[in-house]
Design a protein around this ligand. Sequence first.
Ligand SMILES: [Zn+2]
Length: 489
Amino acid sequence: MAPQIASIQSFFQPETPSAQKTQKPAPQHHRPSDTGDGFSSSEIEAALHPALHKWQPRTTYNETDIGDLVPGPGCVALMGRIVNFHHIATPSKMPKAAQGCLKLTVKDDTGACSVKLWYAKVDYNLRLGLLVSIWTTHVSNAESSSLTVQDASLVTSIFPERDNSCYFLAQEQSDEGVMCKTPLGYRDGKQLDGLMTLKSFIEGGHELADGKILVCVKSIGGRKKFVTKKGQEAEKVDVNVFDDTADAKLTLWGPHCSSPAYWKTSYTVLLITRPGLYGDGRPLLSLTNNTHVDVDPCMTDAYWLRGHAQRLTKREHVNQPFPEGVFDVEEAAESELRIVFTLADIDEFVRAAPAERYVGYLSLTIVELNIYSLYQRNMLLCTECCGVPIFANAVTTKCKQCEKDLVLRINPRLVGLLIDETGAITCGKLVWSDDAWEQLLGRTAEDLAGSNLTLLKYLENRLLFLKLAVMFGWSEDVGKLCILRVTIV
Ligand SMILES: [Zn+2]
């Protein structure tokens, strides 16, 4: 594993603590650090993190595919995605000297090359998968000792802050998510060379020189900052990944830590070429200098894996959202035709014609309730974010990973088991609407969360063994029985 290096951001850290930097000061809180030098916080920010100057090329740059690059002088413009990068600090007190170099591996659909991006003050905010454009006047062969030679035998070195003949642009706005996403060597309908399942990779495939794995992001951990034994500041993020054969933990270090913020759980697929593997027991993946990461590559296997991940989440979501707009509850309620089913009927119908969508009535008895026990475990309400289930006895909370404000819904496990004369149905096979919960409990989710123990005990005693008339809906897309309305009979 490569020695850990300080993050790029840490270089530009102003002397005030970072919490103060990001929080815009409220006018009534007059902080002593704001007084004195007469500069506003935005002016200080602009001086510390200048944007790269606007650039107008003075000559013609030939737009070139990376695969067509030839070593030597010549004005070329390249476009590609960052598949790896690392940071080399070269701190200097000279006012015009570079403070460091970002060594990127940039890939388009034809090849990959290395780019040494020198910087003095500009914070480039790089991440894996970012689409970038590079204008340069010289390309050379990579030093043969360099680790990045594999797949990227050419290198160009640019210092846009000092050299007006080259430029670097992150294509944040113009990225429509399709350019430069075909894996190198991929041809439609053909298996990519060296691609193996995660299980095969862990069980020996990693010894192959050019092993590739295709994994989907399962969950993303929080960014952890700590000080190493050598006294250096370090940062890491753990990302759980999986395919249909195995699970693994991918640890990202330093500058790579900002990348997962752009990934979606159960959606983002990573094609990792030559990942590092270490750890006994649970397999741990890492990125070495020689690794390439294609984020959401355009290839059939990636689409299949994303579909597979989405089907899994549908089954595993701790509180599957109620499907809005699938069933016309009003119309069904007004209809004179009321078909009463038994659980056995539904079982039979769903097996015979799963694609059929229908709404009907059931007469069910509650035989298991978990109000009291869920309350005690602080699990009355729940939802999921960043692939992590979140429980609370409250209707709102913040995700610890992405800090998004979340609205929690009543935990479907509140009603453990319902029966009729033909069978039983467990909470795992039901999706309740907010209305149905309110009709059953006689109170909103907010009221339930705010109830005291005595009231919850009373509620549990009152509802247990009650007979319910349930309006339900079935749709194959949901894959579970939806409870639309409940009447206590
Ligand atoms: Zn989240």
